[in-house]
Design a protein around this ligand. Structure first.
Ligand code: CP
Length: 309
């Protein structure tokens, strides 16, 4: 039985995630540019209170490819501006005939509370620093597609752990597939209280580069920072993957990033060009973006058909 909403990775069993991956692989292999029919007659509302390119466009494409209708609710134009509560907005959408709401919002937990009172399937496209479940799903799908075996895999998640909803979702999902996670970042962005018991962490980026597995770089979320590091340049010097550090990087390591990349901060333009030229199979960043469409198609299909377990 599908949980009804996708707000957190905790909503999904390993079996449900595997079913999403199978369905995403099916949609990817069968995509001939002609719409499928899984969402025919369904109205899917997209409403993003925070900026997004990948998540928003891939969800929109996913609905279109499944034959559904996208309704674009722009937060700056909706009746919240006239004092309506968000809960009432969601109730209104349900009464208008919406079949699901895909949202991004800065307030963690807000939609979880709304889901307890309004019977409309909700899908998170990222919630504050809390969770980004479909990003994690598309990342794991991309790893599997690249032939990476998750059981026993070491995944180093590097950078702005403090503000990362992506890291929080990965910390739930990757161990469920048998992967070992190591966190690395500056002390101000990797507070010890955020490190789950038993998990490895270090403040030395150079020490983790020789390991194999996956190096998952996080975006430094400048918009959420106050006083955590003195400058992007200081961050890049200590934690940026640059040309000099490529010499330390294990040849077997896959490099991932959820995007958008702050070029010159967590990843230098030169290092990216060298990686893309010399070992394109090891840089999964654009594959992650592409797979977002198929993974989100699978989530929508399984959520709205009620077939997910
Ligand atoms: N990875 C991600 O969520 O990107 P966007 O902010 O562009 O959606």
């Amino acid at each position: 039985m599908f949980p009804g909403n996708v707000l957190s990775i905790e909503d999904l069993s390993v079996q449900a995630m595997e079913e999403i991956f199978q369905r995403a692989a099916y949609y990817k292999s069968e995509d001939r540019g002609v719409a499928f029919s899984a969402l025919k007659g369904k109205n899917i509302v997209l409403s993003f209170w925070e900026p997004s390119t990948r998540t928003r466009v891939s969800f929109e494409l996913a609905v279109q490819k499944l034959g559904g209708t996208v309704l674009d609710l722009r937060p700056e134009q909706n009746s919240e501006k006239k004092g309506e509560s968000l809960e009432d907005t969601v109730k209104t959408l349900r009464s208008l005939g919406a079949d699901a709401l895909i949202f991004r919002h800065g307030a963690p937990g807000l939609f979880g509370r709304i889901s307890r009172t309004v019977d409309l399937p909700l899908i998170s496209g990222g919630e504050g620093c809390y969770q980004h479940p479909t990003q994690t799903l598309l990342d794991i799908f991309t790893m599997k597609e690249a032939g990476i075996v998750l059981s026993g895999l070491e995944v180093v998640i590097a950078g702005d752990i403090l503000h990362s909803r992506v890291a929080r979702s990965h910390l739930l999902a990757l161990p469920a597939f048998g992967a070992r996670v190591t966190l690395v970042g500056p002390p101000a962005l990797l507070p010890r209280e955020l490190v789950p018991p038993g998990l490895n962490y270090t403040y030395s980026f150079d020490d983790v580069l020789a390991r194999g597995g996956v190096l998952y770089l996080l975006r430094v979320q400048m918009e959420r920072h106050r006083r955590f590091f003195s400058s992007p340049g200081e961050y890049a010097a200590l934690y940026g993957l640059n040309e000099k550090r490529l010499a330390l990087l294990n040849n077997e390591t896959f490099v991932m990033h959820p995007g958008p990349v702050n070029l010159g901060v967590e990843l230098s333009t030169g290092a990216l060009h060298i990686l893309e030229a010399n070992c394109p199979d090891k840089v999964l960043i654009q594959k992650q973006v592409r797979n977002g469409v198929y993974v989100r198609m699978a989530v929508l299909d399984l959520l709205l058909s009620g077939r997910m377990v």
